[in-house]
Every structure is written in structure tokens, then in C-alpha cells.
Design a protein around this ligand. Structure first.
Ligand code: PRP
Length: 209
């Protein structure tokens, strides 16, 4: 049996939908409920439902063979896993945003974000010295309340920015979800994993036509 770490929350429904399109027979338990481990004996698969930011951790440690994780999380976490397929779901992007018509302060502007590593690298490449303020959520609050000059965050529909009177200053990185694999599992179970990759890739290609 192979174990797949699935991200709970936003990506989950799309990921389950994609797997069903690829003919994986996933039971009703995937639609509702709070079970964190779901076994699907017919498919010889076991699913664990993890926090999106933790998926790559389970895969790196080998307790999950495969996982579905956002490119944002993969860049931020920098785990030892292979990326097998761009699933082209949950499309969004990372951006620098803030209050309109405001300059960043000239001395160590403060950047609030859930992505300290990505933000640090980004501003370093721009030659800007910034102070990173790590937050866990509701990042858009930071400029509104005077905690930060700018935020680095995910933009999906753009609604959160608009409803909070913020504007986008720079697009940084396009983000989609990826199928990732533990390198050792990949070596051991290469045939089965290739079969899963082929089934998913066929659906993705079909959708793009
Ligand atoms: C994410 C992200 C933005 C929002 C963007 O937050 O951090 O706040 O979604 O989506 P939109 O462009 O469609 O409005 P999430 O809802 O995951 O919650 P969080 O504030 O706890 O990070």
C-alpha cells in the first residue's frame, strides 16, 4: 500500500477532484468528515490528511510516499523531495502588496509574511535590506494596522486585497500544486508511482486541450 499526504483546506477539493477524474475510486469519506487517515484498499492506497505546510515534511520523512503540495510551500520549506508533476490546480501567485500610494520606508522596511524564506530571498535579489515579520495568517492586517510596510502573500481571486483596500506592487512567483515523492519510495515503488503519474498526467493534458 502506498501512502499519499493530501493537503487539507483550499487545495483538497481540487486535488480529490483531479484524482477522481483520473479514475481513482475515492470513497464518500473524502467529501466530508474529520478522519485524518483514509484507506482505500481497492486502490492499494492510504491517504493522510495533513496541513498543507506539513505535507512535504511527511514525504521527506518517508511516512508518506507521495504528497500534493503547493509550489509556495515547496519553495518555503525546501524539503528533500522530488517534484513529479505540475498538477495545474489551485493556481495563484505570490505578490508584494501594501497600502496604495505608499513608499516603503528607506531604512529596513518591514515585510509581513507567511513565507519568510521566499521573501528574504526575493528582497535580497532586489538588493533591498528588509526586516521580515513572520505571521501565520491574516497577513493583510499587517499594513492596515501599521505592523508592516508591505506584505508578501498569496493572491488567488484578489478579493482579500480589494476588500481591505490594499494594492499589489509586484507579482513574484506563479503557484500551482505539485505531486511530490520521497526519493527512496520512488526508487522502490517506481512502477506503481509511474502508473499514478501517467494517470494524472493524462487528465491534466486532456484538460489543457
Ligand atoms: C490566503 C492568502 C490571502 C488569501 C488570498 O489566505 O494568504 O489572504 O488567501 O485569496 P484571495 O486572493 O482569493 O482573496 P487563507 O485564506 O489561506 O488564510 P490565512 O489568512 O489564514 O492565511
Amino acid at each position: 500500500m502506498l501512502t499519499i499526504a493530501m493537503p487539507k483546506g483550499r487545495i483538497f477539493e481540487e486535488a480529490v477532484g483531479l484524482m477522481r477524474e483520473a479514475d481513482f475510486q475515492l470513497p464518500e469519506e473524502f467529501n466530508e468528515g474529520r478522519k485524518l487517515i483514509i484507506e482505500v484498499p481497492n486502490e492499494q492506497l492510504r491517504f493522510i490528511l495533513a496541513k498543507p505546510t506539513d505535507v512535504a515534511t511527511y514525504v521527506e520523512h518517508g511516512v508518506a510516499d507521495l504528497g500534493i503540495a503547493g509550489k509556495d510551500v515547496l519553495l518555503e520549506e525546501d524539503r528533500v523531495v522530488y517534484e513529479l508533476v505540475d498538477l495545474k490546480i489551485s493556481e495563484c501567485y505570490l505578490a508584494v502588496a501594501g497600502l496604495p500610494n505608499t513608499e516603503m520606508s528607506t531604512v529596513a522596511p518591514r515585510i509581513a509574511t507567511k513565507y519568510p524564506r521566499i521573501a528574504t530571498n526575493y528582497f535580497r535579489e532586489q538588493g533591498e535590506q528588509v526586516e521580515i515579520i513572520p505571521l501565520n495568517g491574516s497577513i493583510e492586517l499587517a499594513p492596515l494596522i501599521g505592523l508592516a510596510d508591505r506584505i508578501v502573500d498569496i493572491v488567488s481571486t484578489g478579493r482579500t486585497l480589494v476588500e481591505n483596500g490594499l494594492v499589489e506592487y509586484e507579482k513574484m512567483i506563479e503557484v500551482t500544486s505539485r505531486l511530490i515523492v520521497n526519493p527512496v519510495s520512488y526508487r522502490i515503488h517506481d512502477e506503481r508511482i509511474e502508473e499514478i503519474v501517467d494517470r494524472l498526467s493524462a487528465v491534466i493534458e486532456r484538460k489543457e486541450m
